[in-house]
Write a protein that binds this ligand. Structure first.
Ligand code: NCD
Length: 323
């Protein structure tokens, strides 16, 4: 693996390897001393051209736990706001001595461009590009699912995919890089995906995706799913009215209190997932977000482990030695 740009680039074996290494990393994260020396002396640059809370902090924590030095760069307040090009910014980072670049960018394709050109020649990790992909989010979602199901069964997650699991991805699919990255990865790992959305929030071409499309959340819940992945309604990417009003959205597409009650009454062990940040009361009610089924905070914890595994695989071929 040279870069991590899209989950569509990962083979099943590579994806499972990242999840397995992340299991080891997660175990380190529960120790009192959380540091591993694996990337000592290496420098990871977090290049964020778009707002982020958890993803940037998560990558920072991941790099630091591997003993790498971290440089955080955000476009606001930098020379990018003076019009500096991506190429000049990237080459400046190289001159500073970066060993890997984690990039979030509002334009779909910016990380792929950095990886494809000879501007810097460093491993690139896509931390979210426009409406395109967010591969580490999909990996942490798959990791969380696999771990939860194995904990329930009392089995070891190592070496396993997500074969036969039913996962529904619900909401603003049109604007969601999380949905796209999850779709490819869940397929690679053997899960069955249903996309649930209003017709206005599905992209043209979704019919050819490897998933079932549904416009009815209640039917999908009634048919039984292992996980409901709720997506944030991405107001900042909407330049038109995609649904009549917030009340109507949560009535039809939100995981509201009534649907949570239905889930609880069904006896199904359906997990409730959300990548954050949540619009409580819109795509997910507070009761659903805070319910015992919710994996929201677990996803955040697991994100650090998955990002440690990703950086480790990109930057070091060495076996992990316990310090
Ligand atoms: C997602 C993102 O930025 O794409 N959030 C995240 O990385 N935790 C999803 C979102 O913003 O809705």
């Amino acid at each position: 693996m040279k870069h991590l740009i899209s989950t569509a680039d990962l083979t099943r074996a590579e994806a499972i390897q990242i999840l397995d290494i992340a299991e080891e990393m997660r175990a380190f994260g529960t120790r009192e001393v959380k540091k591993l020396p694996a990337l000592r002396g290496r420098t990871v640059v977090n290049l964020f051209f778009e707002d982020s809370t958890r993803t940037r902090i998560s990558f920072e924590a991941a790099a630091k736990r591997l003993s790498a030095d971290v440089i955080n760069f955000s476009a606001k307040g930098s020379s990018v706001s003076k019009g500096e090009s991506l190429k000049d910014t990237a080459q400046t980072l190289l001159a500073i001595g970066a060993d890997a670049v984690v990039i979030r960018h509002p334009d779909s394709g910016a990380p792929a461009r950095l990886a494809a050109t000879d501007w810097i020649g460093l491993p690139i990790v896509n931390a979210g590009d426009g409406m395109h992909e967010h591969p580490t989010q999909a990996l942490l979602d798959a990791f969380t699912l696999r771990r939860q199901i194995c904990l329930r069964e009392g089995s070891s997650p190592h070496g396993k995919g997500l074969d036969g699991l039913k996962v529904a991805i619900v909401g603003d699919i049109l604007h969601s890089r999380v949905a796209r990255s999850n779709l490819w990865l869940l397929n690679t790992l053997g899960a069955e995906v249903t996309m649930v959305a209003p017709p206005t929030l599905l992209p043209v071409g979704a019919a050819s995706w490897p998933c079932t499309i549904s416009y009815n959340l209640d039917e999908v819940i009634a048919s039984g799913t292992d996980a409901l992945m709720m997506l944030r309604v991405q107001g900042e990417r909407m330049n038109a009215a995609f649904f009549p009003n917030p009340r109507e959205y949560s009535r039809y597409w939100g995981l509201d209190d009534a649907r949570l009650t239905t889930l609880d009454a069904s006896g199904d062990e359906t997990l409730i997932m959300h990548p954050g940040p949540m619009n409580r009361g819109l795509e997910i009610s507070s009761a659903a977000a805070d319910s015992p089924r919710s994996t929201v905070l677990d996803q955040v914890t697991n994100g650090v482990a998955v990002r440690m595994a990703s950086l480790y695989m990109l930057l070091s071929g060495d076996l992990i030695k316990e310090s």
